[in-house]
Design a protein around this ligand. Structure first.
Ligand code: NDP
Length: 234
């Protein structure tokens, strides 16, 4: 079996942690990026169980210096091997927003983490991506302008819509190197963000997304797909 080198952001909990688990289970080498590696208990347990195949590194998505530092570390950790798969998973959703009271701080936080972060991190890691590799940006159907949206979580929706544009531009920028870039809606998933009523477990969502990513090729690059592989309108 081919052992791939993968990097997952927001890897300490939720979907990110499950991506790490499933990538390790299939034999891949994984870099798990999160804000506070020292506090990432589940990841550190996994690192002990998979010596040499899981490295936990710091990443604050809102800080370009952190992107540059991670890019340097990735080069060292992978010892010349490039990344076959980058999963821009980290995201933020601040609830409780009402029209008339939407705050710049919430829009800023969403833009930094949901849109600028994945775009700039991918740019910083571009040299570390293998030709023919793949980049998955965890988006949301809530960021689709083409779907009729209710006025809920506006900062999140605006940030994810901006991320979707970033996905199409990254797909173009990286196409010459055969790198596939896709936006993925993971479904409504039982995590801290999705809440306990959500329809899917992280295991179900991530298993479907990894199967989809395995099949995705350059012809899918620049597209927006849900966890079942169905296209979503931008
Ligand atoms: P969670 O809220 O459970 O986890 C979010 C992760 O992102 C955490 O690891 C968090 O780290 C990290 N993160 C947030 N801000 C930053 C930052 N500035 N720098 C670095 N890391 C950061 O979310 P989910 O696991 O549910 O979601 C994963 C992705 O899937 C997100 O992009 C989300 O928008 C998307 N999604 C999720 C859905 C769902 O139903 N769950 C539905 C649609 C899309 P920390 O622990 O330090 O806060």
């Amino acid at each position: 079996m081919d052992r791939h080198h993968c990097l997952v952001t927001g890897a300490n909990r939720g979907l990110g942690l499950e991506f790490v688990r499933q990538l390790l289970a299939r034999g891949d080498h994984v870099i798990a990026a999160c804000r506070h590696p020292g506090k990432a208990q589940a990841l550190n347990v996994l690192a002990g169980e998979h010596p040499g195949r899981l490295k936990v590194l710091p990443l604050e998505l809102g800080d370009p210096r952190s992107h540059a530092e991670l890019a340097r570390e990735v080069a060292l950790v992978n010892d010349g091997e490039r990344l076959d798969l980058l999963i821009n998973n980290a995201g933020v959703l601040r609830g409780g927003e009402r029209f008339g009271q939407v705050a710049l701080a919430d829009l800023d936080a969403s833009f930094h983490t949901n849109a600028a972060g994945p775009f700039l991190l991918t740019q910083a890691l571009a040299e570390q991506l293998a030709d023919g590799g793949k980049v998955a940006n965890l988006s949301s159907e809530v960021g689709s302008i083409g779907l009729r949206q209710e006025f809920r979580t506006p900062s999140y929706a605006i940030g994810k819509a901006a991320q979707n544009m970033a996905t199409t531009l990254l797909a173009q920028a990286l196409s010459a190197r055969g790198i596939t870039v896709v936006a993925l809606h993971p479904g409504w998933v039982r995590t801290d963000m999705g809440g306990p009523q959500a329809a899917l477990t992280p295991q179900e969502s991530v298993a479907a997304l990894l199967t989809l990513l395995q099949k995705a090729g350059l012809e899918q690059s620049g597209s927006f797909l849900d966890w079942q592989g169905d296209p979503l309108p931008w």
